[in-house]
Design a protein around this ligand. Structure first.
Ligand SMILES: *[C@@H]1O[C@H](CO)[C@@H](O)[C@H](O)[C@H]1NC(C)=O
Ligand SMILES: *[C@@H]1O[C@H](CO)[C@@H](O)[C@H](O)[C@H]1NC(C)=O
Length: 505
């Protein structure tokens, strides 16, 4: 997963809410424990699940959120937003890290804006002669917009053209200006030539829709119609699975005309899912995976550039309205099992009090329309696994969602097959035991997968690992959901795992 170090955050002020304490209210177990599969990568794009979706984007190496570093060939130093942003841009850093990294905002397929560490955009100063390059604007416009011209013979060499028609140049180590003419040797003597390093790309809904631009509606409609179909629901109903968890994005509530670059049509796809769920006797968990501004900075929350900007009063109000829209639309459907208020908010960007305030408001919005649907609240990434228990205990039919992957942290590097299985049987098991409490909320392992850091594991190894997880997560009081149904990465596709005998339910 990409790293995300820019967490911009506006304080959220609110009155302390008084939590009702309804003893025993939270415990109301579903008639049978949920064995679900996620429909990941369908209504919220994740490029690694279906890379071909990105194939036809023009200039597809330059998508929103891709990170770049630029080394001046004359200075042999990296461009840097001094202090991380808010002042001048210099060319005096011998190594590159956060302040020397620029995140792309794609305006057209050939014009871009560059966001710096503190959130400002590279642009031309309105002081002096108007060509000094600074990083001060927080609302990018014309003078923060640039073209990247790539050398046809050596794509690591680029020049950056300002909307004033001239190119950026590193005049000295402390002076970067937009006043170099068109002519160039492309050689190491040209101060307008930079060596570009690209890394940290995002491939989410923002990138795919903004990348396709006017073609996006057609491309996404085709994706929604083909990536998950009625046949998938038929397949699921032929297994021991009894539910689907469907990630959705906030823009679904403004279908058919969501804010640009998002496009309409995902609501009709969700309607279809309910129709198929009814037909094949499956339950549906609607999971708000992407909230406005992004609650975790990952592509799976439709982040534009890796920032976490969800949590302001406006974004919370907007998110509650999305939840209420979904609850109102599907409350009367017999297949509606639960509404999950927010997937994986990240502790580094979302304070616990902000989250609880939102969860309370979101819970109330669901309850305006249904008393029978469960309301699921995801723990924070890098938060304490018990931090929601007391809060959720006061809410009837509440569920806490925990995600268990033997991935993403260093402790799994170099673990053997048996060590992974022991970790599930011992460590995960005892972690789960601390989340399952008497009179507390139900517990859902809403994401897990039979994939790990073990190289060249055998089919039997995968079977043992999957079985250990099924045994332990089978004790979760609400149930579990595998991540995910369809995926080009076979072990991440439950359909493939079942068809090939790696997982047996
Ligand atoms: C780079 O230049 C700026 C502006 O003069 C200065 O404040 C900073 O200390 C310099 N940094 C290095 C590493 O030379
Ligand atoms: C797993 O739990 C055991 C026993 O409590 C502990 O010694 C070990 O450090 C844990 N492993 C990891 C990787 O946290």
């Amino acid at each position: 997963m990409a790293s995300h170090h820019l967490c911009k955050w506006l304080p959220f002020l609110s009155a302390l809410s008084c939590l009702p304490v309804l003893a025993l209210a939270a415990r109301s177990t579903p008639s049978s424990t949920i064995k679900a599969v996620n429909l990941g990568g369908w209504l919220v794009t994740e490029g690694w699940i279906e890379p071909s979706l990105f194939d036809a984007i023009p200039n597809k190496d330059f998508l929103d959120g891709t990170q770049f570093q630029f080394k001046s060939v004359t200075q042999q130093m990296y461009l840097c937003a001094e202090s991380g942003g808010g002042t001048i841009v210099v060319a005096n850093r011998s190594s590159a890290s956060g302040w020397e990294t620029f995140k792309l905002w794609r305006i057209t397929e050939s014009t871009f804006q560059f966001r710096v560490f503190n959130g400002q955009f590279v642009g031309l100063s309105d002081q002096g002669n108007g060509v000094d390059v600074v990083a001060v604007s927080t609302s990018p416009g014309e003078s923060e917009t640039f073209e990247i011209v790539v050398n046809a013979n050596d794509p690591s060499r680029v020049r950056i053209r300002s909307t004033n028609g001239f190119f950026l140049q590193a005049k000295s180590d402390v002076l970067v200006t937009a006043d170099h003419p068109e002519t160039t040797s492309w050689g190491d003597d040209d101060p307008s030539v930079f060596l570009m390093t690209k890394f940290g790309k995002l491939q989410g809904e923002y990138q795919v829709t903004n990348g396709y631009g006017t073609e996006a509606a057609a491309v996404m409609t085709e994706h929604w119609n083909t990536f998950i179909t009625e046949d998938d629901f038929k397949f699921i109903s032929g297994t021991k699975l009894n539910a689907v968890r469907i990630p959705v994005g906030w823009w679904i509530a403004s279908d058919p005309n969501p804010p640009s670059p998002f496009v309409g049509g995902s609501l009709r796809a969700l309607d279809n899912a309910f129709t198929w769920a009814d037909k094949y006797n499956l339950r549906v968990i609607i999971d708000l995976h992407a909230a406005p501004g992004s609650q975790n900075g990952y592509e799976h929350s439709a982040s534009r550039d890796g920032s976490i900007e969800w949590g302001t009063t406006d974004s919370i109000d907007q998110t509650v309205a999305v939840i209420e829209f979904l609850a109102a639309r599907y409350a009367q459907r017999q297949s509606l099992l639960a509404v999950e208020l927010l997937n994986e908010p990240r502790a580094s960007g979302v304070p616990l009090d902000t989250l609880k305030n939102y969860y309370q408001a979101g819970y109330d919005a669901v309850r305006k329309h249904t008393t029978s649907a469960y309301v699921i609240m995801s723990n924070r990434l890098s938060g304490s696994s018990t931090e929601l228990l007391q809060f959720a205990s006061g809410l009837s039919r509440s569920v806490v969602d925990v995600h268990y992957y033997n991935l993403y942290t260093d402790i799994f590097n170099g673990m053997t097959v048996q060590q992974n299985i022991d970790y599930v049987n011992n460590n995960r098991s005892s972690e789960l035991n601390t989340v399952i409490t008497a009179n507390g909320p139900l517990v859902f392992v809403g994401e897990w997968v039979a994939e790990w850091e073990v190289n060249a594991a055998s089919e039997e190894d995968y079977q043992s690992f999957a079985q250990a997880q099924l045994d332990v997560y089978g004790r979760a009081t609400f149930g579990w959901a595998y991540w995910t149904l369809n995926n080009v990465e076979h072990h991440w596709s439950l359909r493939w795992m079942i068809d090939n005998g790696y997982v047996s339910l």
